[in-house]
Design a protein around this ligand. Structure first.
Ligand SMILES: [Zn+2]
Ligand SMILES: [Zn+2]
Length: 153
């Protein structure tokens, strides 16, 4: 955590950006959480320290972080914006029933790189980043769906 925070501050400075307490708190909140929060989820935590901060400010900080490779935004069904303090490509699982987002502990890193190279080689595109997202039902919703099908046919 401390190391992450130091890297974060160094990164901001190297980009010529100010290290403000608000930016630090938003980043800390992001790396602390593993549930890939939405803006409201981050805002409610940040407000505990900065009661006057608004959603627009938090959103502009999140934009700044994702734009500069310090965090990533995850697209979901319904377009709800969710955020991740881990900026490196890693696979996600999104539950289509409850919108829970988990990190998947499967090694897709090398495959991702190979796929990016293949696309760059065979098309006119230069791929710089990619996302691995799998959709389905989380363990909790899986049970409910099964029950639903059993009862309802
Ligand atoms: Zn679920
Ligand atoms: Zn993640």
């Amino acid at each position: 955590m401390e190391k992450n925070l130091k890297d974060f501050k160094d990164r901001l400075r190297s980009l010529g950006l100010k290290v403000t307490p608000q930016r630090v708190v938003v980043f800390q909140e992001l790396i602390k959480r593993k549930d890939h929060p939405n803006i409201e989820g981050i805002l409610s935590e940040v407000k505990k320290l900065f009661p006057d901060i608004g959603q627009a400010t938090v959103y502009s900080i999140l934009r700044l972080l994702t734009k500069n490779g310090l965090a990533q935004e995850i697209g979901t069904f319904g377009g709800i914006r969710r955020f991740d303090g881990e900026a490196k490509t890693h696979p996600h699982f999104i539950c289509i029933n409850c919108n829970r987002i988990d990190d998947l502990d499967v090694p897709v890193k090398r495959d991702t790189v190979n796929l990016q190279l293949l696309i760059s080689k065979n098309t006119g595109y230069k791929v710089t980043n990619s996302f691995f997202t799998f959709y389905g039902y989380c363990p909790k919703c899986k049970g409910r769906v099964k029950k639903h099908f059993k009862n309802g046919g």
